[in-house]
Ligand binder design. Structure first.
Ligand SMILES: Nc1nc2c(ncn2[C@@H]2O[C@H](COP(=O)(O)OP(=O)(O)OP(=O)(O)O)[C@@H](O)[C@H]2O)c(=O)[nH]1
Ligand SMILES: [Mg+2]
Length: 243
């Protein structure tokens, strides 16, 4: 199975190299997409490329997490990878769980493998509420519980399928949107429990999640998917009998 890691990053100067080194032993190549970071983090990304620790895509301007992931998926396809393991650059995911995610992907190469986060006391309350809201919307949109945690950025994509899903979101709305669209396309979803820890600022942990703005953005995306899902449902008998 040809698999790369895909790390979208925006201003993670203190944690990026650690994340790259954490996933590198398990994949053929690490793709870092620097999403228009400031000079300090950009230097870290350039240095990773110079030392050949990662294949680095530098985006001139910040375009949002979703835009960065889509650019990384396109690069993964161009380089010939069938699967991409996505992981955040802020160090909140457990790199030693990568083999478990990849094992699930090997068991069913067609599947989207989602990390099912196990939070500790470091998880902010606001983020948990946003997550519950997104879980509820996904259940409505897919009429199922197939999407366990739509917001977890620790996952394995079958690359061609993920690109073909056509998710529009360029920001934090991308992760849940692509999961729902993949379910609509008939992609199986597997879940792997994994610890998530919010790295303290003193250790270089940063979050760019803007609680109100990003939660509203995600809600708006879900509202659109609910309408689209309803239209798909209504057109289903027609599509079925005209196939
Ligand atoms: N927020 C944000 N993240 C980006 C962007 N571009 C790339 N990323 C990366 O996307 C990943 C997730 O971003 P976070 O800000 O940690 O968002 P999150 O994990 O959903 O939020 P937290 O739960 O607060 O950590 C990180 O690796 C970011 O560096 C961007 O424009 N905005
Ligand atoms: Mg994060």
């Amino acid at each position: 199975m040809s698999v790369c890691a895909l790390i979208p990053t925006y201003d993670n100067a203190a944690t990026l190299e650690r994340v790259v080194r954490g996933v590198a032993p398990y994949v053929e190549r690490v793709i870092v997409v620097d999403d228009g970071s400031g000079p300090a983090a950009r230097d870290v990304a350039r240095d990773l490329a110079r030392r050949e620790l990662a294949h680095v895509v530098l985006r001139e301007r910040n375009g949002g997490k979703g835009a960065a992931v889509k650019a990384g998926l396109a690069e993964a396809r161009r380089l010939g990878y069938a699967h991409a393991l996505q992981i955040d650059a802020d160090g909140q995911h457990a790199a030693d769980d990568v083999p478990r995610l990849l094992e699930a992907s090997r068991l069913d190469p067609r599947a989207l493998v989602l990390g099912q986060p196990v939070f500790d006391a470091t998880a902010p309350r606001g983020r948990r509420v946003a997550r519950q809201l997104s879980v509820l919307f996904c259940a409505l949109e897919t009429l199922s519980r197939r999407v366990g945690d739509p917001l977890c950025g620790f996952r394995v994509y079958p690359v061609p399928e993920a690109l073909a899903a056509g998710a529009r979101g360029d920001a934090m709305d991308f992760d849940p949107e692509v999961a729902v669209r993949l379910v609509w396309r008939g992609t199986p979803v597997l879940h792997v429990a994994t610890r998530v820890r919010y790295v303290p600022a003193a250790e270089g942990g940063v979050s760019h999640y803007r609680l109100l703005r990003d939660t509203l953005l995600i809600t708006w995306m879900h509202a659109r998917l609910c309408v689209l899902g309803l239209l798909l449902l209504l057109s289903w008998p027609h599509r079925r009998f005209t196939r």
